[in-house]
Design a protein around this ligand. Structure first.
Ligand SMILES: Nc1ncnc2c1ncn2[C@@H]1O[C@H](COP(=O)(O)OP(=O)(O)OP(=O)(O)O)[C@@H](O)[C@H]1O
Ligand SMILES: [Mg+2]
Length: 351
């Protein structure tokens, strides 16, 4: 029922009641003087009702119609609207003031979001330029470094067995390898390759990574176990990239264990997704470090580059999946990787 009808109905009801009373009274009273008094009274009642209607229209209906118009403009994105009845000193005025306040807050929030967006965009552009620069530099350094590594090897071969110089050269070679690894990680990070999706057994991918990690743990009392998901359907993924991700997690786990310990890799299917977990009994991650571990270059290790986990997260996200971590300092850490069985739909082409 429209508002106008709702406002008119009670007034019309009063009018009708007045008319009924008038008819009843005029039939009951035969005295013409009394009848004319009642007629005047009835005319007065009609006039009051008409005046009431007019007042109602000005006080309530007009502001509501204006409010509706302004809400429609607001819905179309016009945040400059305000209602004119906000100055009134009654409930309708309160409504107007609240509406104007709400629009002002919306306007301020939108301006803040736009300002933040502009700042983020310019920061992203700066970072992109820096990234390009770093990648270019890494590429340029890699070639002379390969030359230096070659020369060191030749010099090492020419040195007599047991000469102290050989030990020094081993150290130099070790450091050169370290720099090479940092550069490769940096290049992988700065110029990521999109995954090459193929349906493959995720159990096999995990097994390859576990075998590589076992090689690294040969001389250590660390047991690396693998629990496969028997009969799990193939998962569309880039086996090489995902193997690298799991190896990064396994090496982190190995590096987190002092002395003896256990690392468990488990492949399961859960909630229509494939899940790989890597759980270790290492020293765990301090709560204040947890929010930073996926940030590029965050490391707590002397020899770390801090790119392992940020690369891992990017690869997993490129697969449309997610990576999660939980850790208990002093007890261990668990990483979970969630992947869909089907590759993520490509983003719609820009028109
Ligand atoms: N399993 C884990 N147990 C304890 N700490 C971990 C574990 N995995 C990651 N971390 C913490 O997260 C940090 C970041 O890990 P990330 O793999 O990105 O870099 P990194 O291992 O330090 O260096 P890089 O992998 O590049 O050689 C580590 O330095 C470590 O503090
Ligand atoms: Mg690492």
């Amino acid at each position: 029922m429209s508002l106008r009808l709702k406002a008119i109905l009670p007034v019309a009801a009063v009018l009708l009641a007045g008319l009924v009373v008038f008819v009843w009274v005029s039939l009951s009273f035969e005295d013409p003087e009394r009848r004319s008094v009642i007629a005047v009274a009835a005319a007065g009642a009609v006039a009051i009702c008409a005046a009431l209607l007019a007042v109602l229209a000005v006080l309530v209906q007009r502001p509501l119609v204006e409010l509706q118009e302004k809400i429609a403009r607001l819905r179309d994105g016009d945040l400059t609207v305000s209602v004119s009845f906000a100055g009134r000193n009654d409930e309708v005025g309160d409504l107007g003031r609240n509406f104007n306040d709400m629009v002002r807050q919306l306007r301020e929030s939108r301006e803040e979001i736009q300002r933040l967006h502009r700042t983020q965009m310019s920061r992203a552009e700066h970072l992109a330029t820096l990234g390009e620069l770093a990648a270019g530099l890494a590429h340029e350094i890699r070639n002379p470094l390969a030359g230096i590594a070659g020369v060191i090897e030749i010099i090492g071969r020419d040195l007599p067995e047991g000469s102290p110089g050989r030990e020094v050269l081993k150290e130099v070679q070790h450091e050169v390898l370290h720099i090479k690894r940092i550069l490769s990680d940096l290049l992988d990070y700065a110029r990521p390759r999109k995954p090459n999706f193929h349906p493959a057994d995720l159990n096999d991918t995990a097994e390859h990574a576990v075998n590589l990690a076992r090689q690294q743990a040969l001389s250590r009392p660390v047991e690396i176990s693998l629990e496969k998901a028997p009969g799990m359907p193939p998962v569309e993924h880039d086996a090489g990239q995902m193997q690298q991700v799991l190896l990064n997690l396994l090496l982190n786990a190995l590096q987190a264990i002092d002395g003896a310990g256990k690392i468990r890799v488990q492949v399961v299917s859960h909630d229509n997704q494939a899940v790989v977990s890597v759980t270790d009994t290492g020293r765990g991650i301090a709560p204040e470090h947890l929010p930073s571990i996926f940030r590029p270059f965050f490391t707590t290790k002397g020899q770390g580059t801090g790119l392992g986990l940020s690369l891992a997260r990017r690869v997993v996200e490129d697969h449309g999946g997610k990576i999660e971590v939980t850790s208990q300092p002093g007890q261990g850490t668990q990483f979970l990787i969630w992947l869909s069985f089907r590759r993520p739909a490509p983003p719609p082409a820009a028109s």
